[in-house]
Design a protein around this ligand. Structure first.
Ligand code: ATP
Ligand code: MG
Length: 301
């Protein structure tokens, strides 16, 4: 795999002009006709040709063969536009290695201009078929004209918005730093995924903290995560040895008013309660935990 940062560094202003035109017409044309690129990018024809050929080789754009020549931007091209915007706005200073490939994202580490370690999450809707995920994506239903890039962008907007609201009410989630297009930058949570956290000191405290986050999301923000699992919880160990679980991965949240919210809330709580039972032998009453999250009782167990 060629490194994203390496590709990004090869691009000049001319290349970005072309990418921006392709982005602008993303929803209008499947492949943007060359005449439109010419007109909008305002580049001398030789320069444009050079750029188009370079961008094609780097796989940032894709050419349609046939009578009508046109180009479209790829995920990689869209990535480079997002990185540029984040760099220009002072959100991101450096992009490091890819640390994970999720079902619907690529996750990189990065640095801010003040050298804070961050997570740079590139949403990749469409990589997995809908059927393989348990996510509900009601906001995308009935919008087949939305290509995968646009859907990824909407997913990133959603995730960023959720994190902003959750962070404001001091829920244990990554701190949002910035977003561009389909890319979300958040604080790096120095922790271990719950599924591989084997010998907890205090599973009660851990489960309560997770339920507290769900409760804040539900009561203070008015949303339900909708895809909670041991893969979307990172356990941070504080200097005092306390275990602090953070809930990540929010793009599929639904509002409390959504007809599916009760079903999803129950599924989230049940899933995590069962996980604690199976993995840590912690027995709690599911119904009570659910009532706690809904704010109907003051203690979860
Ligand atoms: N803020 C963060 N701090 C540290 N690691 C993170 C952070 N966000 C994501 N990760 C890592 O990247 C992985 C994937 O992130 P996330 O769950 O948000 O994306 P995803 O596309 O839903 O992945 P999957 O489909 O595998 O759940 C996480 O399981 C975690 O290991
Ligand atoms: Mg995940």
């Amino acid at each position: 795999m060629v490194k994203l940062a390496y590709i990004y560094k090869q691009l000049n202003n001319r290349d970005f002009k072309v990418l921006l035109v392709l982005e602008k017409y993303l929803t209008k044309y499947e492949y943007v006709p060359v005449e439109i690129i010419e007109k909008e990018a305002r580049l001398p024809p030789q320069h444009l040709a050079l750029s188009l050929s370079k961008l094609s080789k780097l796989k940032l754009i894709q050419r349609r063969l046939g009578s009508l020549t046109g180009y479209r931007i790829t995920y990689l091209g869209y990535d480079c536009l997002a990185i540029r915007s984040l760099v220009q706005r002072g959100v991101l200073a450096a992009l490091g290695d890819r640390m994970g490939v999720g079902k619907e994202s690529d996750v990189y580490v990065g640095l801010t201009p003040t050298e804070e370690k961050v997570i740079v999450k590139f949403l990749r809707i469409g990589r997995t078929s809908f059927r393989q995920t348990r996510r509900v994506r009601s906001w995308a239903e009935g919008k087949p004209e939305y290509g995968w890039l646009m859907q990824s962008r909407v997913a990133a907007e959603r995730e960023y918005k959720a994190l902003e609201l959750l962070y404001k009410v001091k829920a244990k989630v990554p701190k949002p730093y910035g977003r561009s297009r389909h890319v979300v930058v958040t604080s790096y949570v120095e922790g271990v995924e719950l599924y591989r956290y084997d010998n907890p000191r205090n599973p009660h405290h851990m489960l309560k903290t997770i339920l507290d986050t769900l409760r804040k999301a539900y009561l203070d923000v008015g949303i339900v995560h909708g895809d909670l699992s041991e893969y979307n919880v990172l356990v941070v160990i504080s200097d005092e040895g306390l275990e602090d679980p953070y809930i990540i991965d929010w793009p599929q949240y639904v509002y409390r008013e959504d007809p599916q919210s009760e079903y999803l809330l129950k599924r989230d709580v049940e899933y995590i309660v069962k996980f604690f039972k199976r993995k840590y032998r912690l027995e709690v009453d599911l119904e009570r935990a659910l009532r706690y999250v809904r704010g109907e009782v003051d203690e979860p167990f």
